[in-house]
Design a protein around this ligand. Sequence first.
Ligand code: 8GP
Length: 692
Amino acid sequence: KRQDAGLGNGGLGRLAACYLDALATQAYPAMGYSICYEYGIFKQKLEDGWQTELPDNWLPGGSVWLDPRPELSIDIHFEGELQEYWDNQYHHISHVNYSTVQAIPYDMYVSGHDSEGVSVLRLWAAKAPSFDMSMFNHGDYEKALGQNAAANAISKVLYPNDNHLEGKALRLRQQYFLCASSVGDIVNNHMSVYGTLDNLHEKTAIHINDTHPTLAIPELMRILLDDCGYTWEKAWHIVTNTFAYTNHTVMAEALEKWDVNLVKRIIPRIFSIIVEINNRYCAELMERNNGDSAKTTRMSIIKDNQIHMATLCVVASHSINGVSKLHSEIIKHDVFNDEYTDTPRKFKNVTNGIAYRRWLYQSNPGLTSLLREKIGDKFLHDGSELKKLCVFENDKSVLEDIMKIKKDNKERFAKYVKQNSNILIDTDSIFDVQVKRLHEYKRQQLNAMNIIADYIYLLNNPDADFVPKTYIFASKAAPGYYMAKQIIKMIWCIGEELKKNPKLNEKLAVVFLEDYKVTLSEILMPASEISEQISLAGTEASGTGNMKLMLNGALTMGTYDGANVEIHEAVGDDNIFIFGMSTPEVNQLKAEGYDPEKIYNSHAVIKSVLEKMYKGINGATFEEVANSLRHADRYMCFADFDSYRGTQAKASETYKDKYLWNKMSLINIASAGIFSADRAVTDYARDIWKLI
Ligand code: 8GP
């Protein structure tokens, strides 16, 4: 049985995997760095709809893909104290009494399509250095044992939060471990070729994938200052011309901040470098802004005893980008507005892209052979070739082929689900799919509200003309995210209750599939017909599932958020179902004061939906979900409800016209080329890394 290397949480890590594929295809010499977790993202099991987590012990099978490189191991130093001294006019800092953790690299090779290029994903495993006998002999055996356990814990398990920070000491250790080993490796490589770091920034680009690897910045400073004796100015010049940063979220709870005292204790030298970076930066700001101290405080890297990692990235990088046009605008005008005004030229956009050969050529053989027959082979190298399919938009026989391919893929998927989960799916119903991490901002609860409203409607109108629909969900919740787990259980319960009404169930069915992962996704994407991308406008940085679904001919039911905006641009008004408030409308409503309770009291359908949650679904009640909607509704489900429900009805109506639906589907497939990871890495190579 195939084992996924579940070394990430969701879209962020999967994006990096897609980019390694594209970089190899275009033969860019690229290396990705991460941690060789013994346990990846947990396996999800639903017990009566309640998510439980099981360890993902992937290495017994997965290690065949790993090539150990112990000769490249690096020692990482934690804790200890700093000693400062002057030697002539030179200021020296030495880090003493530290404890050492060994980083051992394991390489995973990623081949590209029809290319000589190979990307390397270098994964670091943490190991305690041989037991410190001297410490033991001096009676300090507790400390010696503790150091051993702490070292081994570092690469034990992936933190399972998506879009949420985790301020724990072990997490900080993981981050520094990754950064120090990777920067050490980059420096060793460079030294072996050039024998100097003077030209590091001319030969190397280090790209920071969100803020988790931010400590690479002060770590490179440390090497240049302490190990190589560069002046601060020279070191800073090299560092700031080496690093570029991509931001992947604007959600406040996900923007990483580290407690000053924690950082000081665990990595004292790195802490002192961050303080110095900030002091110099603030002094510079004061000078540039005529002593505007309020502005300097706002922009400071360290505030209220916390280090703001994204701010550090912005200060130390020569390029900052968001991952869709809308998101990159929000970064400039909202999240980092002061920084943007200060250094506008640093701010860029690179819209995300996917390894489309994986999600088309490899996952959808039926569609691939139709494409080869109709537009030739070139699309396998060049996503923009897909556009050629457009000439067939009114060709009934091609539309029938697309219809048939979708039906076959739905059957293949239904068979897989029957075998693996013993769930039956009606392949004549519309497959309406929402698959992504569970988060309130992504609004799976809005989807559920609409389903409950349909359910109530069908109970009252059993003979109504209703296009049969199967809602397919798959999603993991962070283990500590109670509301997300409630929402999973609620969706699962809706599915169970519907099964108890077989007649109604023929029209309306809900399945919640366990353990969403790449392997499942590869079978599901080709079978999907509606792609639910319904986050509150301004919250989803980009999305990449939206691109995979579009490429496989699913029609987007989406808000004007993230890359949906660009999908809309690519396919035009007629080939997408857009609904809900725009980002400015959301901001305006927030400013006016959003009152969900008021909507609740005056909206009969919303009221009936929440009453159902209070009264119980399949024997369980969901008052916490209902109350949080009624009293807070942080992501404004009520405000977008009518628009969503109306657009869902429009989609069902459209589905009745098979040719129209498949024409829309064809246009989506034909327009997906722009969302290729090949295009995205070319953007990075040209606009940021200056490789072209
Ligand atoms: C995700 C975004 O939520 C998603 O829209 C985007 O497609 C994906 O990144 C790839 O760009 N962001 C994160 O997962 C994220 O920011 N995670 C934690 C670092 C906060």
